[in-house]
Design a protein. Structure first.
Length: 116
């Protein structure tokens, strides 16, 4: 018979990507979620999505703002918040008025191992 044992909780980083149809939409649509082992990995996932998927759906000024966050101060501030145990996020408004939002928060998770 196999049994599972939990090791000490480890911190992971839960990332959600959601969108709101407009400013009055109260329930976001979930587009994806992931868990990362390190804050840097979670931020890297957001950077990849911003740099590859969203620039064509944004106005030039919003694309510039998104890329500035991904490559500059916003990314650094988000990393600092995650290292302090706080949540972080970023949102952009697409040309059609949809607001895309990325949220990261630290979570405790258990690593299960099999024995027996």
């Amino acid at each position: 018979m196999l049994t599972c044992h939990a090791h000490h909780p480890r911190t992971g980083y839960w990332l959600e990507t959601v969108s709101y149809r407009d400013a009055y939409d109260s329930s976001p649509e979930l587009h994806g979620c992931a868990i990362a082992n390190r804050p840097e990995d979670a931020i890297r996932l957001i950077r990849i999505q911003i740099q590859t998927g969203h620039p064509i759906t944004l106005s030039p000024s919003e694309a510039e703002r998104a890329l500035a966050w991904a490559c500059g101060g916003g990314r650094v501030q988000a990393l600092a918040a995650l290292h302090r145990g706080e949540g972080a996020g970023f949102s952009i408004v697409q040309r059609d008025g949809t607001r895309a939002e990325w949220r990261i928060r630290p979570v405790s998770r258990l690593r299960l191992i099999r024995s027996g």
